[in-house]
Design a protein around this ligand. Structure first.
Ligand code: FE2
Ligand code: FE2
Length: 203
């Protein structure tokens, strides 16, 4: 049972809220695992590029932190991982390595596409957690306040969303728009990410 349901000072989540919360944690854990491995693949493929390495490493370190945060949330809330997890691992590393192997611009176009989709994805989650969880309150010393756990989750997503958007800016600053074929590359990767999000939310 989730801590949100177990906590005596919390209003219980409705079945729809509980299902949504599990979906958020499952898909975000899968997504951050994927992001960690995309950067791992890019870092390996571009390890000869001394100028780019620290830029990639900085973003990669942030993804490692995102991944471990959602790993913890997954354990705390006992959310089962996506059954496609082995596939996400191979696919993400492959996508990072392949674009890095093409060239630096292709790797940056990959980052631009991924972070565009993930930035919007996190914004959607923030909207739903704000609008559809307003009735989840906690009660202490006769005071009623917003659930600290929902607020904490929202703050986590907000911080990560901002970092994903920084990664997007970094990719553009490092010539993502010069990738060839830019449109095909970015639209294909956006399609892959949207499909992965759809599946990881559900299965
Ligand atoms: Fe991330
Ligand atoms: Fe990112």
């Amino acid at each position: 049972m989730s801590r949100l349901l177990a906590g005596p000072t919390h209003a219980a989540l409705s079945p729809a809220q509980q299902a949504y919360l599990e979906r958020v944690i499952r898909v975000d854990q899968a997504g951050e695992l994927g992001a960690d491995l995309i950067y791992a693949g890019q870092y390996l493929a571009l390890s000869h590029n001394k100028k780019l390495k620290p830029v990639l490493k900085h973003m990669w370190d942030q993804e490692v932190h995102h991944r471990s945060t959602f790993n913890s949330l997954q354990g705390e809330h006992r959310v089962r991982p996506s059954i496609f997890t082995p596939f996400w691992k191979v696919g993400a590393f492959g996508m990072g390595f392949a674009t890095g192997f093409m060239n630096k611009e292709a790797a940056m176009a990959c980052t631009e596409a991924v972070e565009t989709v993930i930035g919007k994805h996190y914004n959607t989650q923030l909207r739903v957690l704000t609008n559809n969880f307003a009735d989840v309150k906690e009660f202490a010393a006769d005071k009623c306040s917003d659930s600290k756990e929902i607020e904490h989750l929202k703050e986590t997503i907000r911080v990560f969303r901002d970092q994903e958007l920084e990664h997007l800016d970094t990719a553009i600053q490092h010539d993502s728009k010069n990738a060839r074929p830019y449109w095909l590359l970015t639209e294909t990767i956006k399609g892959v990410c949207k499909t992965a999000v759809y599946l990881a939310e559900r299965i």
